[in-house]
Structure formats: structure tokens, C-alpha cells
Design a protein around this ligand. Sequence first.
Ligand SMILES: [Zn+2]
Length: 81
Amino acid sequence: MKCPNCAQENKEAAEACRKCGRDLSIPPAWFPDWRWHARALSVIYTVLVIAYFTVSFALRKMPEPFHIRKLPPEITPWLKD
Ligand SMILES: [Zn+2]
């Protein structure tokens, strides 16, 4: 097996690398490559775009905002000219 630290070829049953002494019974750590990052970012971006359109669609279905509604002049006498 190949040493994950120095790439030295070792015996399949070796417990430690014969060049750098790394413990070969420990599996090498996994580091995400650029493909993994691109896929994760595209999934996050897609979810955000879908959430944006869902929320904007839901907001358009709601009644008009309160500040646009007409208030009767009896309850707002200070707004009269
Ligand atoms: Zn090694």
C-alpha cells in the first residue's frame, strides 16, 4: 500500500511506513477537492434561488401592505387640509 504521507510503497501488511514511519493502520484523512466544493456551492445556490422565488411568490399572494390601504378621514383628522 502507498503511504499517504510520503507516497512510499510499503508491504500490504505493514503497520508503519518504512520511509517516514507513519502509522499505516490509521486511514488517511479525507479532504474535499474542488469538485466537492463546486457541487456543495451549487446545491446551496440552487436552494437559495428556489427559496427566494418561493418567498416572493408567497408574498405576492398576500394582501396589500397596510401602509398602502386607504384610511378613512374620520380617524385621521390631522391629515385633512
Ligand atoms: Zn511514509
